[in-house]
Design a protein around this ligand. Structure first.
Ligand SMILES: NC(=O)c1ccc[n+]([C@@H]2O[C@H](COP(=O)([O-])OP(=O)(O)OC[C@H]3O[C@@H](n4cnc5c(N)ncnc54)[C@H](O)[C@@H]3O)[C@@H](O)[C@H]2O)c1
Length: 255
């Protein structure tokens, strides 16, 4: 699918980090870009900077997603591109100080990272299905979800996070199969360690230690490198049903 002013996109988590970089990259290509995020102040500021649209939304709540998508579609038209970057990454061990993992905390991570991605993707697909197909391939839309290398290499304290991201990776192929009939592709990107708010809160020594797991280049990823892959996925019709690791060859050890 071509990026341009005749196309609208929705980016969740667009107030910060990877989502913000994706929204900026799409807006640079003149795509009408709408941001969904919990963070009203930061999301509104990014939308204003891009000349885009913002709607406050809790992706874990299907009614909030429906209201926010409806508002964005009123402002910028039905999206053909849906990129899910909203997510959280709290750490907790399965047992800590003899006590079991807080069940509500586990459910919250699954609710935002996995169910939240599915809420937005499935509701976005329902809207895309109403659009005319485009081009020789009769393509209607593209959905990109954000997994993580933790889907395979989850570290100590990442049981909930890794489970949520393994779920995102696992639903990629069946969603692509479900939506193939109506010309919608579904992909996932599994980033290694990227320089965003999720990581910049760590002390510099921890950031340096994380960067050392990358083979080459041995540094943290830049959000614009994630955005470049997201834009390529939108533009390349042969990419479908796959999870792409974007990690400079990193394989994470237990800690
Ligand atoms: N940064 C990394 O190293 C890294 C690595 C692998 C995967 N990821 C994944 O990439 C995605 C983006 O992460 P990031 O590093 O940009 O983080 P970030 O903290 O900079 O941005 C996450 C955004 O999601 C929003 N958000 C959180 N909960 C939400 C909810 N319930 N509804 C709507 N918005 C919500 C936040 O307000 C924030 O703007 C996440 O899914 C994360 O798990 C990040």
């Amino acid at each position: 699918m071509k990026l341009g002013s005749d196309t609208a996109a929705v980016v969740t988590g667009g107030a910060s980090g990877l989502g913000r970089a994706v929204a900026q990259a799409l807006a640079r290509q003149q795509v009408r870009t709408g941001i969904l995020d919990m963070d009203e102040a930061a999301g509104g500021a990014v939308a204003a900077e891009l000349g885009g649209t913002f709607a406050r939304c809790d992706v874990a709540d299907p009614a909030s997603v429906a209201a926010a998508l409806s508002w964005l579609r009123g402002a910028q038209g039905q999206e053909r591109i849906c990129i899910n970057c909203a997510g959280i990454a709290p750490a907790q061990r399965t047992l800590s100080r003899g006590g079991a993992h807080d069940p509500a905390g586990f459910a919250r991570v699954i609710g935002i990272n996995l169910i939240g991605s599915f809420n937005v993707a499935s509701q976005s697909a329902a809207g895309m299905a109403t659009l005319d197909p485009l081009g020789d391939d009769a393509e209607r839309g593209v959905i990109i979800n954000t997994a993580s290398i933790a889907a395979w290499d989850g570290q100590i304290g990442q049981a909930a996070y890794a489970a949520s991201k393994a779920g995102v990776a696992g639903m990629t192929l069946p969603m692509a199969r479900d939506l193939a009939r109506i010309g919608i592709r579904v992909m996932a990107i599994a980033p290694g360690i990227f320089q965003t708010a999720m990581v910049s809160g760590f002390v510099p020594e921890v950031q340096e230690a994380l960067a050392r797991h990358a083979q080459f280049p041995a540094r943290l990823g830049r959000p614009e490198e994630f955005a470049a892959l997201a834009c390529h996925i939108v533009e390349n019709p042969m990419l479908n049903g796959e999870v792409i690791r974007l990690d400079a060859g990193a394989r994470m050890p237990p800690r």
